[in-house]
Design a protein around this ligand. Sequence first.
Ligand code: A2P
Length: 287
Amino acid sequence: MTLTNVNSPLTLTNGVEIPCVGYGTFRTDPAVTAQAVQDAIGAGFRHIDTAMVYENETGVGQGIKSSGVPREELFVTSKLWNTDRGYEATKAAFQASLDRLGLDYLDLYLIHWPANEKQFGPDAAKINAETWRAMEELYAAGKIRAIGLSNFMPHHVKQLLETAKVKPMVDQIEVHPGWTHAAEIKELQAMGILVEAWGPLGGQGAKVLVNPTMQKIAQAHGKTTAQVSLRWIIQQGVLPLPKSIHVDRIKQNMDLFDFELSADEMKEIAALPNLGGQCKDPDEVDF
Ligand code: A2P
């Protein structure tokens, strides 16, 4: 592990650098988002992840502005929501996200969920391909520095690659102890795709942070269970996106580079049973 801090860059296949931990905003109340993002940037985060469906892009943009940190020093991601799939709608939705954020480019834009066959039957692949075609054009036009996917399992990615001209640089999936996606991570990484972890602490209501195994390992390193969870993700070469609106926790979620989990500890965490989280199958969702 050569990473030295939360902003040490990983390099995407197109050469773009991305800070190796990002600040997540899933379920951040729009009313507190601007302050939370300003706090996160103030604490040192330079990578912010939002999405149209979080309804807090406006607050993210305000937090970025009031932070006083120059735009080019920040890495900002947003995502295309499911109701905006397709070539024309994707372009319009992207511009609407930019407008809400008050930015003139994004560092990374993701398709939030694949259109699945359960909802769209045989048209699913075509819908994803058309959505991607619009993303490719926005990328070629210089409006997005890198493009990628979210909640795409390897079989969705392979299907997309049948028509894609630009290979996705990132895939953001749910990863936390008890919901490992270990095989999928390896497969995506073998395709040259950087895997990002959403819900890296299990999200609201999960038992990850109070699990006795996690507590035992945390105690052994003098760290918290949240830090152990994030470290376990980082040591798999995956980029975690922890969300917190509390400054003390935000700081904790950056302080991940003064300890290392052993191979045995990594395995012990990987073997934990389901501890909650969203744990949704992208082929089964109906939104
Ligand atoms: P809060 O925003 O009130 O701090 P995830 O990133 O997996 O979605 O999980 C985020 C959840 O975990 C939120 O409920 C967040 O609450 C909480 N959380 C974030 N960081 C920490 C931490 N270091 N310790 C304990 N809970 C945390």
